[in-house]
Ligand binder design. Sequence first.
Ligand code: ATP
Ligand code: MG
Length: 557
Amino acid sequence: MSNEARPASNFIRNIISEDLKNGKHKTTITRFPPEPNGYLHIGHAKSICLNHGISLDNPGAKFHLRFDDTNPEKEEVEYIDSIKEDVAWLGADWGDDLYHSSDYFDFIYDCAIHLIKDGKAFVCDLNAEETREYRGTLKAPGKDSPYRNRSVEDNIDLFEKMKNGEFKEGEKCLRAKIDMSSSNINMRDPVIYRIRFSSHPRIGEKWCIYPIYDFTHPLSDALEHITHSICTLEFEDHRPLYNWFIENCPVPSTPRQIEFARLNIDYTILSKRKLLQLVTENHVEGWDDPRMPTISGVRRRGYTPKSIRTFMERIGVTKKDTCIDMSNLESCVRDDLNEISLRSMAVLKPIKVIIENMEAEETIDLDCPIHPQKPELGRRSIVFSKTIYIDSDDFMLNPEPGFHRLGPGREVRLRYGFVIQCKNVVTDDNGNIIELHCHYLSETRGGKRPEDGRKVKGIIHWVSEDDKASAEIRIYDRLFKIENPNSDNFLEHINKDSLEIIETAFVHKDILGAKAFDHFQFERIGFFSVDPILSSDGAPVFNRTVTLRDAWTKSKK
Ligand code: ATP
Ligand code: MG
């Protein structure tokens, strides 16, 4: 991340600067604490960039990656692996600081015992439904559990038996003894341990009781000496509970929790649960489907880590919930791809063009820059020959006003080549275009005007018969049809036309050797990247990463 602009300050960085100035901490330890119950999405990237970015600010600062793996039923090794890959890809280096809450289960268990001995936790026999009834509502206080006043000895004994597997799931749980009349429902004697006879992906069957996330998370932070526990706003109401656990358990440090607004982006959803549903119900091709807002999806589509980091810097960190336009993210992607993508020409929906005033075997050598700002990369040879292909979008049988490209009797310039004139359109019985018969103007090479000096407005891309190679190109659109699909019926808003597969587009044969994730700009069309899964040696499949311009926002207006 070294050659990027220094991150702008934000309210969290200001708090941290104060804490360092006041000598509260010598340096910082921040962390990214995912639950391994799905793949990461762009929202998580905000948290990763923020927490890792802070660790770059101060000498001696550290960044931890910690899996908050307290829920054995929803967690899988596949998710753990994908999360590591995604965090590393974003450039957030955790060094040796990779942790798992499940490694702390002994410590967390000791904390529970500590609470019991202090009379601050009890084993409760209420079932789920009764617990809900006793909890009260936002308007009404809760009621004490009838088991709340068990003796310390009974609680120790029962908790031990829970641990030893002597009770069934749901038969008993351990609850903190806080305040059933608190206006904050999180403080109403929350459950901290429950019985689960499930195998944990990392530690197997060692435990049949599992600490609840709300208990595990603050204790894990404290055990790791996290100085600033940065989380999203929905945890604001949990802060008093987390502080209560920290104050009442034998922890080695006191993290400071700071909340910020989560990232929302229009036309997509950033919720693991909903993304999981898209995958399991086959609405997309997988977690890494290039239409998905997952890190693996956007990576496969051709987004770069730098573009995501730039985006996070641009949108900043605040306490106010907002929804960001997808076009902001795309603009960052475009900026980076413009720098790094090699140029080439490709024709998505070819129309054959016969250059009538050329001999069958005649060819003319031309070339184009591989990158306009990087002359050191040299030039790509292109061959002009009697048969070439142009995109069907660049031809109209009955051109509308304002259309400056090819039509019957019209002329247009071929990029890096000649001006051609359309003399004749060959159609089949149904009026479908079979081929165009054109003449080229030999004096117009190198951008020169025709002999009489007239201006030719349109410039189009093309590929010649000699250069062409077929390749599959995939065009993606927004995954949802509406701006805010974040409702329970989000499936109804899926854009069924979000994937267009063009099986035989024509690309320049030079780029058939492209490797997975290589970036190209197909001139006038967009930025494309080689799909890592669908491609094979010598047969790349290209994903359209992003269009050249923000046509979307324009058409919306
Ligand atoms: P989801 O809501 O998608 O299920 P989560 O919050 O349950 O996500 P976690 O694995 O618990 O997922 O998240 C790890 C970290 O990422 C947490 O600190 C969480 O606050 C943060 N995070 C999750 N979603 C966003 C988001 N949209 N914007 C910013 N940070 C996020
Ligand atoms: Mg969460």
